[in-house]
Design a protein around this ligand. Sequence first.
Ligand code: SF4
Length: 94
Amino acid sequence: MAASWRDLARCRGMDTDLFFPEPDVVPTVLEVCAVCPVRDACLDDAVAVETREGGGAYGIRGGMIASHRARLLSRMKRSGTILSASQFLTKEGA
Ligand code: SF4
């Protein structure tokens, strides 16, 4: 079976509860994401799932807290982009 980006996740093996943290722990968790080699793939997957399910965003994924991902998704919808979330962020920052 082909390796998945999940196999390279910095959070692999960590307690998943850490990614649904109390507000005072958020910066520490984001530090894990900041050095994750598959952050873009994780963000793209999270936003794709949240788009498909049409529900809210939960927890930290792809280096973003849920409310930031929800705002990102809102901006993407308004723009009508066909880019992935990570590509869209890169373009916004350009
Ligand atoms: S970006 Fe964060 S949540 Fe996503 S795989 Fe990497 S460490 Fe885990």
